[in-house]
Ligand binder design. Structure first.
Ligand code: URA
Ligand code: SF4
Length: 209
C-alpha cells in the first residue's frame, strides 16, 4: 500500500553518491507512481557535469529502457544540444519525476502529467543529484522541471531564456520541453519554435564557455 504522506526522502541512502542514490531510487515507493511503471529511470551522465538538464518524467521508451531521454523527445534534445554546441556526454540528464505516469488508450500507454504532490515527493532525488554534481547551470526543460526547481508552480513565459536563482541552483535556466515542440500541429511553427529552443540552448552554452 502506498502511504500518501511518504516521499522519496524515506528512501534516501545513508551514503550519498550517484551510484548509491541510483540504487536506492530503484526501490523507491515514495509515491504511487512506481506501481504502474516498469522501473525507476534515474539521471544519467557525468559526476563532474557542468550542466544538469531536467526533463519532466520518463516516457514510454524511457520506462522500458530505464534511461532518460532515449525516445523521440530525447532525439530532438540531442539534435538541439548538438546544434547549440553542448556535448550531451558532458552533461547530466535527469527528470523531475523518476517514474513514467501514464494511462491506457487502446494498446498504447499515454503520458499523463505528474501532479504537484508527485513532483514534490520525487524531489529529494533531484536535490541530491544536484548537490553531488554542483553544476554551473541547471536547465529546466518545461514547466514540471521549473516547478521542481522553484518549489512552486511557475509559468514558462515568466522565466524562459533567463538565468535565475532558485533553491535548486544559483543559475537556473528555463526553456521549453522538446515534447512540446513535437506536439505542435503546424510544421512551420514547429520549425520556428525549434530555432527558439536552440537559441535558448546557445545561451546555456555561452554561460558554460
Ligand atoms: N520526456 C521527459 O521529460 N523525460 C524523458 O526522459 C523523456 C521524455
Ligand atoms: Fe519514488 Fe519518484 Fe518514483 Fe514516486 S516517482 S515512486 S517519489 S522515484
Amino acid at each position: 500500500m502506498s502511504n500518501p504522506t511518504t516521499s522519496a526522502a524515506d528512501f534516501l541512502p545513508a551514503h550519498r553518491s550517484l551510484s548509491a542514490l541510483r540504487e536506492a531510487a530503484s526501490a523507491c515507493r515514495g509515491c504511487a507512481l512506481y506501481q504502474d511503471a516498469t522501473q525507476t529511470v534515474f539521471g544519467e551522465g557525468r559526476r563532474d557535469a557542468r550542466a544538469v538538464f531536467i526533463g519532466e518524467q520518463p516516457g514510454d521508451e524511457e520506462d522500458l529502457a530505464g534511461r532518460p531521454f532515449v525516445g523521440p523527445a530525447g532525439r530532438l534534445l540531442d539534435r538541439a544540444m548538438a546544434e547549440a554546441g553542448i556535448d550531451r556526454k558532458a552533461a547530466y540528464i535527469t527528470n523531475a519525476v523518476k517514474h513514467f505516469k501514464w494511462e491506457p488508450r487502446g494498446k498504447r500507454r499515454i503520458h499523463k502529467k505528474p501532479q504537484d504532490r508527485e513532483i514534490k515527493a520525487c524531489k529529494p532525488w533531484l536535490v541530491n543529484e544536484i548537490e553531488l554534481i554542483r553544476p554551473q547551470v541547471v536547465v529546466c526543460l518545461g514547466v514540471t522541471a521549473a516547478t521542481a526547481a522553484f518549489g512552486k508552480a511557475v509559468r514558462l513565459k515568466d522565466y524562459r531564456g533567463h538565468f535565475v536563482q532558485t533553491p535548486l541552483s544559483d543559475a537556473t535556466f528555463v526553456t521549453t520541453h522538446p515534447s512540446a515542440l513535437l506536439r505542435l500541429p503546424d510544421e512551420e511553427l514547429r520549425q520556428l519554435e525549434y530555432r527558439r529552443f536552440v537559441e535558448d540552448l546557445r545561451l546555456v552554452q555561452s554561460r558554460l564557455a
